[in-house]
Design a binder for this molecule. Structure first.
Ligand SMILES: *Cc1c(COP(=O)(O)O)cnc(C)c1O
Length: 359
């Protein structure tokens, strides 16, 4: 076994993997795996319904919201959100806090007008914009934000005040990591492969009244309404990924839900930020302290040679997935829900040792 710090696809809860292994070839006595059954079967219908209910229960939203299981990753959502909600002549507001929010805004700009309502691009996205720096349009179609910036290691710790404007969020890398005022959002989307399950399913939570405003002229598979109307079963869904998502959500509930998860995530991240802060400048955190992400801890070493040596020595010590995103370099440790405190402590010890040996 290794300590897995991969950014995505990422670590999954061990009990979930064991459960899957156990029923992989014979799903609940049916003599075949869940992957080999019809998505119209009773068995899959139960999984599909349970996953939707659990998702809503964990986020404490009621019947005014729908949960959709889609494909194409968060990157497809970048396009689907404006296709469904940015009508001709309208403006959408985007908060730019990193690579993913830039990509989302570029897709919207192909369809309509984009207003940048806040950005820290000039500061290499080392922090989240302050409330007084945000300038929203009068009546945008929606405001789009990225709650956790996976690559830069920053995270919104308070939601922006958007008034009546519909708020849309890409939560791919921190969904279900902390309690959330979900009813403040018109739409939330997340690729599953960071905090929810395996790659292959993208979860969307959408307010039903907002969904009703989308045009009916879009192609069937590009309309959120198609998924809502058909319980995500209009065409063949990613059956195995939704099955695993349901098990991860079940595990989350057994852990004590989002409040318990947030406490755990705080403790885990604190161990690594302390290792950075106590290194007398050997490690330099990328994120400004008030914008630090609890999910992705990013830092630099004095030289790129030392960073390479760090990643390689950590791998030898059984800690993998620590190289930063190819666009920014440095080191990144990803601490999603399934990550253990033990792994974080082990990495912190390693960081101290490495700094003493090379500082
Ligand atoms: C990983 C990531 C994406 C890209 O997700 P895909 O599912 O690969 O399209 C988008 N946004 C955020 C915040 C991410 O972390």
């Amino acid at each position: 076994m290794v300590y897995n710090f991969n950014a995505g696809p990422a670590i999954l809860p061990q009990p979930v993997l064991e459960h899957v292994q156990q029923e992989l070839r014979d799903y609940q006595g049916r003599g075949m795996s869940i992957m080999e059954m019809s998505h119209r079967s009773k068995e899959y219908e139960v999984i599909n319904a349970e996953a939707e209910q659990r998702f809503k229960r964990l986020l404490r939203v009621g019947d005014s919201y729908r949960v959709l299981f889609m494909q194409g990753g968060a990157s497809t959502q970048f396009a689907l959100v404006p296709m469904n909600f940015l009508a001709q002549g309208q403006t959408a507001d985007y908060l730019l806090t990193g690579v993913w929010s830039e990509k989302a805004s570029e897709e919207a700009a192909k369809l309509g007008m984009v207003h940048i309502a806040g950005t820290t691009h000039e500061e290499h996205y080392c922090r989240i914009p302050r409330p007084e720096e945000l300038k929203f349009s009068e009546q945008p179609a929606y405001v789009h934000m990225t709650t956790n910036n996976t690559i830069y290691g920053t995270q919104w710790h308070a939601l922006p005040e958007v008034g009546e404007r519909p708020l849309v969020a890409d939560m791919s890398s921190d969904i279900m990591s902390r309690p959330l005022a979900a009813e403040k959002f018109a739409l939330i989307y997340a690729g599953a492969q960071k905090n929810l399950g395996p790659a292959g399913v993208t979860v969307v939570l959408v307010r039903e009244s907002w969904l009703a405003t989308a045009p009916k002229t879009l192609q069937t598979m590009l309309r959120y309404a198609t998924y809502a109307k058909n319980n995500s079963l209009y065409n063949t869904p990613p059956v195995f990924a939704v099955y695993m998502l349901n098990l991860v959500l079940q595990w989350l509930e057994a852990q004590g839900g989002l409040t318990a998860m947030a406490e755990r995530n705080q403790r885990k991240a604190a161990v690594l930020y302390a290792a950075i802060d106590q290194s007398h400048g050997f490690y330099r955190g990328h994120a400004a302290p008030d914008s630090r992400s609890l999910m992705n801890v990013t830092f630099r070493l004095p030289t790129e040679e030392l960073e390479k040596a760090f990643v390689s020595a950590a791998t030898d010590a059984g800690m993998v997935g620590l190289a930063g995103h190819r666009s920014v370099g440095g080191i990144r440790a990803s601490l999603y829900n399934a990550q253990t405190l033990e792994a974080c402590q082990s990495l912190a010890y390693f960081m101290n040792d490495f700094a003493h040996a090379h500082g």
